[in-house]
Ligand binder design. Structure first.
Ligand code: 5GP
Ligand code: MN
Length: 338
């Protein structure tokens, strides 16, 4: 994003506009936090803004300020379509390619609105009028903070903006432990606390809301955990039957993949989750160090993300997906276990 871009966006936002803000499909804390942070900022500046999520998201994000005003495309297509039709500006947050907006892809593609991308994923596509992409950033929430700051409005950040942005920084940095969280990330977080984000309440709202069933499911996941020392790799499987037995709800498996990575000497962790209804296996991949799960996912599982955190999918059965996974590891031996 150049100085010229910022000037143009400043002019664009100098009078009230119809704005739509869209996170990626299956939005996580960073996606919802960045959208709602930006939403509160725009509302405060007299714009008509709406967040439209492509599909539903976990309950542990539904306490976020402004959540009640979010439209879920999958369950309210008419409202979403008319908002997009009338939108003058569409912000796309926390994703790098329109297909990441799921069923909203075509709507967004066909819209004549000015599009502004704010995102930290690798290899951004060139669909937006303004692209603010920085793969070194901890989170899109940190970038929304910088965006507001670039517009000269950091002093106007209030508790609703601060709480939303802090929540997404917290989740995308694994509570400030991933290498992507820099001293500047901490300074942004500190500023957000000064503006009214209650770090302790936010942490509790997101992480201390386990159901008994989720913990039972975690037990199953940990029992299923397998280690392949030769490739310093660990993986977990969860079948649809296992999910059903634990009364699975969206978001219940969030973070499970990290247990594999927490094992000593393991640098690559995966979780394979069966989604019978969609007919796919959803895959989450995590790594430590230089092994790029973004590349691994692009090359083998139709996905992508960041160097150390990515997702993907497979049309094969759960067993065949795992077999494929194991069979391709030798190709990566040099990076996984040199
Ligand atoms: P998660 O494993 O938590 O679903 O996703 C990890 C990271 O990879 C997130 O930044 C997410 O946006 C990205 N990601 C997840 N699934 C996909 C996918 O299917 N395609 C792409 N390009 N990125 C994904
Ligand atoms: Mn993110």
């Amino acid at each position: 994003m150049t100085e010229q871009d910022i000037k143009e966006i400043e002019t664009l936002l100098s009078s009230p506009k119809q704005v739509v803000i869209v996170p990626h499909k299956n939005p996580d804390g960073d996606a919802m936090g960045s959208c709602l942070g930006l939403y509160h900022y725009l509302i405060k500046n007299n714009h008509h803004a709406k967040v439209i999520a492509p599909n539903d998201y976990p309950d542990f994000l539904k306490w976020l300020p402004g959540n009640a005003d979010v439209i879920v495309y999958e369950s309210d297509k008419n409202s979403a379509e008319s908002l997009i039709e009338n939108a003058e500006i569409i912000f796309t947050l926390d994703f790098n390619a329109l297909h990441r907006a799921g069923d909203m892809e075509t709507l967004l593609e066909n819209s004549k609105a000015i599009k502004i991308m704010i995102d930290h994923h690798q290899q951004p596509h060139d669909y937006a009028t303004y692209i603010y992409s920085d793969v070194a950033m901890s989170s899109t929430c940190e970038m929304v903070y910088d965006f507001i700051d670039l517009l000269g409005d950091a002093p106007t950040i209030d508790a609703a903006i601060a709480t939303s942005l802090y929540a997404g920084i917290l989740t995308d940095t694994g509570s400030f432990r991933f290498p992507s969280s820099t001293s500047k990330t901490h300074r942004v977080a500190a500023n957000l606390i000064d503006k009214g984000a209650n770090h302790s309440d936010i942490y509790n709202s997101i992480y201390d809301t386990n159901s008994y069933e989720r913990l039972q499911l975690l037990g199953v996941a940990l029992k299923n955990l397998k280690v392949i020392p030769e490739y310093r790799t660990a993986y977990i499987t969860l079948s649809q039957d296992e999910l059903n037995a634990a009364n699975f709800k969206k978001g219940d498996t969030e973070g499970f993949v990290n247990y594999g990575l927490s094992i000593k000497n393991i640098v690559f962790a995966a979780i394979f989750i069966e989604h019978k209804q969609e007919g796919i296996i959803k895959i989450s991949l995590r790594s430590e160090g230089e092994f790029s799960v973004n590349e691994f996912s692009r090359e083998n599982f139709d996905g992508g993300g960041h160097t150390n955190a990515a997702g993907g999918k497979s049309d094969l059965s759960l067993i065949d997906t795992v077999e494929k996974f194991i069979s391709i590891l030798p190709r990566y031996k040099n990076t996984l276990n040199p």
